[in-house]
Write a protein that binds this ligand. Structure first.
Ligand SMILES: [Zn+2]
Length: 577
């Protein structure tokens, strides 16, 4: 993780941070696969495992806590994986770590008929006084080049101490982010034995701690080359289960609290967000494909914000360049707040982010800060989501309208799957109702209040496509003529989720174009004291504002929409812990 503040430098390219130049893949065959220029027959395994009934158990049974632990133990000798650290030593520093990842990908490829193509994504930029950098990635070619889009699973491998460019401190970075690195390597190992219609990329980045720079280089490479990334699953801090004292909000319930059965999915936006829809897809695929089969069920929580308050991660540069992207993070983290504050005494971003301790003096670690079983459960959730995104059908188009009683969804699907899911969401980040239909039209009774509709195709194997964007159904009268009632120009809606425990989305509808000088949304306590406000740019249709509340401050608050000094609407929201 990094401070968002560092990231503000992106607004001033060439001022704070020199531009990234000479971005290139060192493996041109891997690049041609990413562009779709290859013969799938070249990479067809002798035994094709491509059916979800085989893929799901292969991932569930293949992902191993011992294997994840072994990767983390192997990462300890690198000592400092800062992006500016040594690149020449065979034993320590970021160069040795990068070559180790590349070697792991190569070994996995040898075990799988050469089907995994390792590469570096090299670029030039001054980061911590080092001019040239390399992400490491591996491409698993899809077996059907007519299936469009590439699925990307990623994590950053660089680590840090309190000093952002300290290349001499012990910076083992096991929770942040050896855990994510191990997860990506493990999925490369397990998934390379299987066959997916679409291409999958396993990406390990550097430069995250200095401003998401490795991910930015890869996102730029993909958008410049026209590589169609359809989903980005970023894993950052995915193995720890113990709360520190000073984590960024939304945070732990309390110091030393343990949670080994929940993971948080962060993504930008709410209504009509491809990123949130990707998070919902990952959650649904886990629930429907894996939950009955796992020994320890995981709770997947879809978060309101794109990341923890003031923090960012590698999914952000991908989202900024137009790709659907989200982040996995443990429910509990050991710190991550301002590491230079005297009150900071947690492990993340310090020399204390170690794998564990030797409690009995035999020089062998026996008590661990990364929980390998928890990490393996998160690995499985990633694997199932990525696998289904890589084999599933094509997302259909649709239209949705409603009258006072019913909504009608009309699906346009040139591929005629004739099996669809229709998702209805109203008050939270999760769907309220999921309909299954074998017709291209679905009529259902509407819930009360505002609701959003999205759809997916389902293929012959019962796998959903990625979900469409959400729409707000258009209003029609019973005779299918536009309703004659005059709607107010602006309607302030109930925040969602409500009650909420960290951040919430305040939304309002602008039903027709209006002229105004200034529009503001403000939050106040019930005594009328304004606690927060934000200027707005009103656009016709649904408008959304993310409101991040302080943690551990419960109660009822009011939020108001004010246009040119006039109150356009006010409602209450409940902040609960
Ligand atoms: Zn991190």
């Amino acid at each position: 993780m990094k401070k968002i503040l560092t990231c503000l430098c992106f607004a001033l390219p060439g001022f704070w941070v020199a531009a990234q130049t000479n971005i290139l893949s060192t493996n041109l065959t891997a690049e041609q696969v990413l562009l779709g220029n290859y013969s799938p027959a070249t990479y067809l395994p002798s035994v094709v495992v491509n059916h979800p009934d085989d893929i799901v158990p292969a991932i569930l049974n293949g992902v191993s806590p011992d294997s994840l632990k072994a990767y983390l133990l192997e990462m300890i000798p690198f000592e400092n994986r800062n992006t500016g650290a040594d690149t020449l030593s065979a034993v320590t520093g970021i160069g040795a770590a990068r070559r180790w990842v590349h070697r792991k990908f190569s070994e996995i490829s040898v075990q799988n008929e050469g089907r995994l193509l390792p590469s570096y994504l090299q670029f030039d930029q001054n980061i911590c006084n080092s001019p040239r950098h390399r992400n490491i990635f591996a491409v698993l070619p899809g077996i059907d080049t007519s299936a469009h889009g590439v699925v990307l699973i990623e994590a950053h491998i660089d680590s840090r101490c309190a000093g952002e460019c300290d290349i001499n401190c012990p910076a083992l970075g096991m929770e942040d982010n050896g855990s994510g690195t191990a997860l990506v390597l493990e999925l490369a190992r397990v998934m390379s034995r299987l066959a997916f219609d679409r291409t999958i990329v396993f990406l390990i980045t550097i430069g995250e701690e200095q401003g998401l720079l490795g991910a930015e280089a890869f996102a730029t490479y993909c958008s410049t080359k026209g590589i169609p990334i359809r989903a980005v699953l970023n894993n950052d801090v995915v193995g720890g289960i113990i709360c520190g004292a000073t984590s960024s909000q939304p945070s732990c319930p309390g110091f030393n609290h343990i949670d080994s059965t929940q993971v948080r999915l962060f993504s930008a936006g709410s209504f009509n967000s491809r990123n949130k829809q990707l998070s919902r897809f990952i959650k649904l695929e886990y629930i429907e494909e894996a939950l009955d089969l796992v020994a320890v069920p995981m709770m997947i929580t879809i978060m309101s914000a794109e990341d923890r308050t003031g923090r960012g991660g590698d999914h952000i540069p991908f989202r900024e360049q137009g790709f659907a992207a989200m982040r996995f993070t443990s429910a509990n983290e050991h710190g991550n707040a301002n590491v230079s504050s005297p009150s900071y005494h947690d492990r993340q971003h310090t020399s204390d982010d170690i794998l564990g301790v030797d409690t009995d003096g035999d020089s062998v670690l026996d008590s661990f800060f990364v929980d390998f079983n928890y990490l393996s459960r998160n690995t499985v959730i990633n694997g199932i989501g990525a696998a289904m995104a890589a084999i599933g059908p094509v997302t259909p188009d649709f239209q949705a309208v409603k009258n006072n009683e019913f909504a009608t969804v009309d699906i346009t699907d040139p591929l005629d799957y004739n099996h669809y899911r229709v998702f209805v969401r109203s008050t939270t980040h999760d769907f309220d109702t999921i309909y299954t239909t074998f017709e291209k039209q679905l009529v259902f009774s509407i819930p009360s209040g505002i609701f959003y509709v999205s759809v997916a195709s389902v293929d012959a194997n019962g796998i959903e496509s990625l979900f469409s964007k959400e729409v707000l159904p258009g209003v029609v009268s019973a005779t299918n003529e536009p309703e004659a009632v005059i709607l107010p120009a602006v309607e302030l809606l109930q925040n969602r989720p409500n009650p909420f425990d960290e951040a919430t989305v305040i939304s309002f509808l602008v039903n027709r174009e209006i002229t105004y000088r200034e529009a503001v949304i403000q939050v106040s306590d019930l005594a009328g004291k304004v606690l927060w406000y934000q200027k707005l740019d009103l656009k016709t249709g649904m408008n959304e504002v993310l409101y991040e509340h302080g943690y551990n401050v419960t109660g009822v608050y009011a939020y108001s929409l004010i246009i040119d000094g006039e109150l356009a609407g006010t409602r209450q929201m409940i902040f609960a812990n």
